[in-house]
Write a protein that binds this ligand. Structure first.
Ligand code: TRP
Length: 331
């Protein structure tokens, strides 16, 4: 029996190559050995985004990004959270098993309280109940599908642990194993991708390279990567170099070794290193960029893929909900 992997994708903005290397690629690799269920977490986005056009367009864009990045909807169950209303029934069930104190301890919520407090505001300023109960909705997403593995970033580990806590409480009260206990798994790429300025690539630092940059933009961004002031002739250290670090995420092992030797030998300037980086990136990203553009010209296709996926996901979900209804005595 294959393990079931599941992850939720928040529809927030067009992904950058850090997302591609850190989330999309590893999740797709995992889908080769697992039965995978990946979905767009559109109701999660509602907590922070109240612009209907934005929710609609971001959902399509992020779906197109994953499809362009290689997600095959015949291999991976690909759906929208909102297309599986059983999620929200399970949310209601789980809320009855979730201590309020558990939510008080959520890092994301605590961070909001902190920043309100330091700004001299009411601690709960701008915190809606959707944000406060976010981990319970996430638990519903996960537990509805008998998930074994949840590939997520470190910032989401606590949420998956909360899903385990909630499931254990349910299973204990009814002396059942109806809710499978999930496990968060870190992305296999242990090194986080560095951004243009050498810090972790992140939208909040404004140091990203968008996946779908045109060839021209891509070249411009690569040339902007910060390096040190060593001259051409000096030997260079690949392991502390920003350019090399990104190169490793895109090049083959042979290419990586060859460039490492050129760094160590000296005689190669930063301009050359950046040109090498641009070439491997452009080669890897061109087909993805083209496919993304094709998909965005056919939004009907994206909608159909998600609708079909949601239909299949509902079949699994409704069987689970019937089982749980019976256990709790609401049948
Ligand atoms: N909270 C996740 C994030 O911010 C997205 C998400 C929602 C998710 N539901 C999930 C991830 C279920 C894994 C499993 O990225």
């Amino acid at each position: 029996m294959k393990k079931i992997s599941l992850t939720g994708i928040k529809p927030t903005g067009i992904p950058h190559i850090g997302n591609y290397i850190g989330a999309i690629k590893p999740a797709l690799q995992l889908s080769e050995s697992c039965e995978s269920r990946y979905f767009i977490a559109d109701y999660h986005a509602l907590n922070s985004c109240k612009n209907p056009d934005e929710i609609r367009s971001m959902t399509r864009e992020i779906a197109a990004a994953w499809l362009a990045g290689g997600l095959d909807p015949d291999q991976v169950l690909f759906y929208k959270q909102s297309g599986v209303p059983e999620t929200f029934e399970l949310l209601t069930i789980l809320l009855a098993f979730t201590p309020k104190g558990l939510m008080n301890r959520a890092h994301a919520y605590k961070a909001m309280l902190q920043s309100n407090q330091s700004a001299g505001k009411d601690p709960d300023d701008g915190v809606n109940m959707g944000l406060f109960t976010y981990p319970v909705l996430m638990a519903a997403d996960i537990l509805l599908f008998d998930t074994d593995l949840v590939p997520v970033g470190n910032d989401q580990f606590q949420h998956v642990e909360m899903a385990v806590d909630i499931a254990e409480s349910f299973n204990f009260i009814y002396q059942t194993d109806a809710l499978k206990l999930p496990e968060a798994i870190a992305q296999p790429h242990t090194k986080t991708l560095l951004g243009l300025d050498g810090r972790k690539m992140s939208k909040s630092y404004g140091n990203t390279i968008p996946i779908f940059s045109s060839e021209k933009e891509l070249r411009k961004l690569v040339m902007k990567i910060v390096t040190n002031s060593q001259g051409i002739e000096e030997p260079k250290d690949p392991d502390t170099c920003n350019v090399f670090s990104i190169y490793q995420a895109f090049a083959s092992p042979d290419q990586i070794e060859a460039l490492r030797q050129r760094y160590l030998a000296g005689g190669m300037g930063w301009g050359h290193a950046k040109q090498e980086l641009f070439e491997v990136m452009n080669e890897a990203l061109t087909p993805i960029r083209n496919r993304y553009q094709e998909l965005m010209q056919d939004p009907g296709y994206i909608d159909r893929v998600l609708a079909e996926g949601s239909h299949k996901a509902r079949e699994i979900a409704s069987a689970k909900i019937s089982q749980l209804r019976q256990i709790v005595g609401i049948d």
